[in-house]
Design a protein around this ligand. Structure first.
Ligand code: PLP
Ligand code: COI
Length: 337
């Protein structure tokens, strides 16, 4: 195992041994290759560079107390990257190729998988990018699929503690019939300026509203939004947000815990009626929210300083399954080694 300060890892990039790659050419995907280069060689006119033809994923592998390494819900990430690829005219990846590239890159970087008990995990970032040259706006004919891994700590460095976030109304991340459902770089480019401004103003992340009416909660820059209201787990239904795999897992756990799951439009004013609020995602896990400031109206929705009881239970059960401490009754984890 490499010598890293595991319990103090940031959510950042740390070089590892290698990444796995696969090239699409002449209408088909090639073999999985292992590369030790951190760079990719592509044409200066590649569609990925000019027209944002690229999609990515984020998933994690966890080392358990028993020493085993488990990857969480990888088939869902494979399905979602295929959905994103289809959405922006890139070829879908055969499941077996995705699996081979995934398991290989985890195994080849075994010494970078953080020890159990450090709160860290191995972040896995698959990427598909149009590498073929085009000048007119159209899809490439050549693509690169790669998977890189890097050990990470919590996305929000305070860990499982409440954060202050901000509602922005003068920026949209994605439009109702746009690309918000796909995990593609353009959505994140659209969020950079408002996210950076929010950070400068003291907020860990920003919360976007539906782009059309600005009446309903959409999602955060890097995570879905959920609330606890009485005995219900509520989370936005919207055509412009990412279908978070963490959120789907929390819905299943909430139901299992006897809560009612409501996936529906959440009017902004309803934030005042929530007992708990949180951001959820692979990187964010569950990040409890302690206040939401509406930047334009000045209204502030406040929650308890400490994470709420239901969010805490959900967090413990999710992480329990991910680290292998709790029985995986939903069949979400796959042992890699
Ligand atoms: N929403 C956005 C915009 C994200 O970037 C992410 C992160 O992947 C999520 C939601 C959470 O999705 P998941 O739980 O599948 O990681
Ligand atoms: C993830 O949670 O995997 C994400 O992709 C969020 C962010 C780091 C972009």
């Amino acid at each position: 195992m490499v010598n890293l300060d595991w319990s103090k890892l940031p959510f950042g990039y740390i070089p590892t041994n290698c990444n796995t790659r696969c090239y699409y050419k002449d209408g088909k995907w090639g073999d999985i290759e292992v590369s030790t280069s951190e760079y990719i060689n592509m044409h200066m006119s590649a569609t990925g560079l000019h027209y944002g033809q690229q999609a990515f994923e984020g998933l994690k592998a966890f080392r358990g107390k028993d020493g085993k390494v488990r990857v969480f819900r990888w088939e869902d990430n494979w399905e979602r990257i295929c959905f994103s690829c289809k959405g922006i005219l890139m070829p879908e990846l055969p499941k077996e190729k995705f699996k081979e590239a995934l398991f290989k890159v985890i195994k080849e970087n075994e010494e970078f998988i953080p020890p159990y008990g450090t709160g860290a995990s191995l972040y896995i970032r698959p990427l598909v990018v149009g590498t073929g040259a085009k000048i007119g706006v159209s899809a490439a004919e050549e693509f690169l699929f790669l998977i890189l891994v890097t050990p990470v700590g919590p996305y929000f460095p305070q860990g499982f503690k409440g954060v202050d976030i901000q509602i922005v109304r003068d920026a949209d991340r994605a439009a109702p019939h746009g690309t918000g459902r796909y995990k593609i770089g353009g959505n994140y480019a659209a969020s950079l300026a408002s996210g950076a401004r929010g950070a400068k103003e003291g907020y860990k992340t920003v919360l976007y509203l539906d782009a059309c009416e600005k009446r309903y909660v959409d999602e955060c820059g890097p995570a879905n939004f959920f609330g606890i209201k009485g005995n219900s787990y509520v989370t936005p239904e919207s055509s412009s947000i990412l279908r978070s795999i963490t959120n789907l897992s929390l819905c299943a756990l909430a139901e299992d815990m006897g809560l009612k799951v409501e996936r529906r439009k959440i009017p902004v004013e309803e934030l005042a009626e929530l007992d708990e609020a949180g951001a959820c995602g692979t990187a964010a896990v569950i990040t409890p929210i302690k206040s939401i400031q509406d930047r334009e109206t000045g209204k502030v929705y406040t929650f308890a300083n400490e994470p709420g009881p239901t969010s805490t239970k959900l967090y413990k059960r999710l992480q329990g399954i991910q680290y292998g401490d709790e029985a995986d009754k939903f069949g979400w984890t796959t042992e890699v080694m």
